[in-house]
Ligand binder design. Structure first.
Ligand SMILES: CCCCCCCCCCCCC/C=C/[C@@H](O)[C@H](COP(=O)(O)O)NC(=O)CCCCCCCCCCCCCCC
Ligand SMILES: Nc1ncnc2c1ncn2[C@@H]1O[C@H](COP(=O)(O)OP(=O)(O)O)[C@@H](O)[C@H]1O
Ligand SMILES: [Ca+2]
Length: 584
């Protein structure tokens, strides 16, 4: 065996074939040598994609040594499968057993490979905090973790602390309150709702520690160091699909193990001076809000509830009046109709870092938030648009999912500090169906006369005069003054809180039981809205309705007149964006 500081080389055997193996720089490769000493095919594995090196002949599952000779070692690495559905192929675990000429050579190979791993892959996680939602999607979260994920973590030497959730928001509260020393990342096994819990936990905790007020709509939030990983086990799994290009638990696990890092834009939603929520994929009013509200009543259908509710809401053919204001992003950098796709190593995203963090000090790796406490990203001229809309959506990323492989806005970027605002004006049912259908094929969904799209940094929404929320709140106060006057409303509210299924006469029809309970606790279920004239039953109803609800990454927001702002590259995922496997 020859070794110097950059190169290790020796003969090795795989089965009865002889190979020349090299470890040089960032790669480990082996080339078959035939009987006449001619070189044949070479296989090359980047050290950054090595999952582990074990002594002996080791099987993957169950992980055990099948034979322990003094001459063997087994290499585990990322293998790209030859076939995938889209441009992204799934990853699986590759395994090759090598036989060395002597025990000394074997030990040297193991040591050199492990040293190379430490030097060339310094950002790998060692200890992870894992949250499993046992009820997400098809309720297979626990099984997915224990059969597919845990064995790979063990192989890679990653230890994990697992929390199987017993209630909604448990994962978020855990991250906000518990001691997280020693954890290199947090992982969710679930859907977009579960990801959202981790997102709120991680952002909230980082701001608490930095002394930044999340309620201030103009403040520059502190970027989060703790990485988030997603093992898809939900219904839509849009965040996973958009950041990976595929929903596959093994692919996600391998990206976590090798410590991939993908920055991600996050949008904050404020109502006046209160933070309502954060989102990464979508906040949608009108169609998407109504679909979610309707779908909550059919949770028992599982992931199919969205298709069923989609059809029901489509048949209602509603549109809603409102005023949308937005702050345009710099149109010289990119546009939602420039036909580009944000892929792994995206130039637009990497060039955005300097603009987003002008005070980033790379030597101390600190973002000096106090240098610019208020974001300069909020400078510029606001644009106002009024009208009736079938739907209004804002998305920080393309928001693709298996249902719509190119997503809500196919050219949106994961980490450029902007979001795309899509306005679909009142249209005939066939026109709207064409718009929806174009999400599923290659036709341009923005090339329709009633659809507009803008790349933005911030958005505000308000209802037409007379429909405003402030007025609604005034009504509410008046009602309180006449306490007891309307016992009927009181009784109906209480019965609804007891049984949210009865809530079909309100614009909070979709609130989950948990959400309602929380709001009951805070005492802020808007009574005036529970039996407000103009709100009608379910989607089957034909009476007009003038106010919809906001669907915020799968949660119904308790407010209508919201303002949203993009925080560029606020969090980091264990991902690398969509790897284009059609290119070498
Ligand atoms: C005619 C075919 C129409 C296909 C339209 C596809 C539009 C897809 C846009 C997808 C945006 C996804 C944004 C992500 C949202 C998720 O965060 C969130 C939560 O997910 P979780 O339960 O996994 O936690 N999911 C959602 O809010 C679901 C929204 C889904 C909307 C799907 C609508 C399907 C519509 C079917 C309409 C059919 C009309 C047919 C008329 C005869
Ligand atoms: N143990 C639990 N019981 C009830 N709800 C939970 C539990 N754990 C998580 N949740 C909540 O369930 C919601 C949906 O979960 P998610 O994993 O996103 O699945 P899905 O994609 O099917 O909606 C999330 O908003 C999350 O807060
Ligand atoms: Ca973006």
């Amino acid at each position: 065996m020859e070794t110097d500081s950059v190169r290790v080389e020796s003969s090795l055997w795989i089965g009865n074939k002889r190979y020349r193996a090299f470890l040089s720089g960032w790669y480990f490769s082996w080339t078959e040598i035939d009987e006449r000493n001619r070189e044949k095919k070479t296989i090359s594995v980047p050290v950054s994609e090595v999952i582990g090196v074990k002594e002996g002949r080791v099987e993957i599952q169950p992980q055990k040594k099948v034979e322990d000779t003094d001459l063997d070692f087994t290499l585990f690495y990322v293998k790209r499968n030859s076939k995938g559905k889209g441009i992204r192929v799934p990853w699986s675990l590759g395994r090759t057993q090598f036989c060395c000429p002597s025990r000394g050579v074997r030990d040297q190979w193991i040591t050199q490979l492990r040293t190379a791993l430490k030097t060339h892959s310094p950002s790998r996680p060692h200890r992870l905090l894992v949250f499993i939602n046992p009820f997400g999607g098809k309720k297979r979260g626990k099984q997915i973790f224990h059969s597919l994920v845990a064995p790979l973590f063990e192989l890679a030497g990653i230890s994990s602390h697992v929390v199987v959730t017993e209630r909604a928001n448990q994962a978020r509260d855990y991250i906000l309150k518990k001691d997280l020393t020693g954890f290199d990342g947090v992982i969710c096994v679930g859907g977009d709702g579960m990801f959202s819990e981790l997102l709120h936990g991680v952002i909230g905790r980082t701001q608490q520690e930095a002394g930044v007020s999340e309620h201030d709509p103009t403040v520059m939030l502190q970027p989060c160091d703790l990485h988030i990983g997603i093992i898809p086990a939900g219904s839509t799994d849009c965040v996973c699909f958009t950041t990976m290009g595929i929903n596959d638990p093994v692919t996600s696990t391998l990206h976590i193990i090798i410590g991939d890092s993908q920055p991600l834009d996050v949008c904050s939603v404020h109502y006046q001076s209160t933070l309502v929520r954060y989102f990464v994929s979508m906040v949608g009013y009108g169609f998407y809000g109504d679909v979610l509200a309707e779908s909550e009543r059919h949770r028992w259908m599982g992931p199919l509830r969205y298709d069923y509710s989609g059809c029901m809401v489509y048949l209602c053919n509603r549109s809603y009046p409102g005023q949308v204001q937005y702050l345009p992003a710099d149109s010289h950098i990119s546009s939602p109709r420039d036909n580009t796709r944000c892929l792994s190593g995206c130039r637009v995203c990497s060039e955005s870092k300097e603009r987003l963090f002008p005070h980033f000090n790379s030597s101390s790796s600190l973002y000096s938030a106090n240098v610019s406490q208020y974001s300069s990203e909020l400078e510029g001229e606001w644009v106002t648009i009024e009208g009736r809309f079938k739907c209004i959506s804002l998305t920080c990323m393309s928001s693709s999912c298996p249902r719509s492989p190119k997503g809500l806005s196919p050219s949106a970027h994961l980490a450029d500090g902007t979001a795309d605002l899509i306005l679909v004006r009142e249209a005939n049912p066939l026109g709207f169906l064409t718009y929806l259908h174009r999400h599923t094929n290659t036709q341009d969904q923005f090339d329709l006369p009633f659809v507009e799209v803008y790349r933005v940094k911030a958005v505000r929404f308000s209802l037409p005069p007379g429909e405003g929320e402030e007025e609604e709140e005034e009504e509410e106060e008046e009602e309180e003054e006449y306490e007891g006057a309307d016992r009927e409303i009181q009784a109906s509210t209480e019965s609804v809180l007891e049984d949210p299924e009865k809530l079909c006469c309100s614009n909070i029809a979709g609130h989950s039981q948990q959400h309602l309970a929380e709001r009951k606790e805070r005492g802020n279920v808007a009574m005036s809205r529970v039996k407000r004239p103009g709100f009608v039953c379910g989607p089957c109803c034909t009476k007009p309705r003038s106010v919809s609800v906001w669907n915020c990454d799968g949660e119904i927001l308790p407010h209508t007149e919201i303002s949203c702002r993009v925080h560029g590259q606020l969090v980091r995922l264990f991902a690398r964006g969509i790897e284009d496997s059609t290119k070498p």
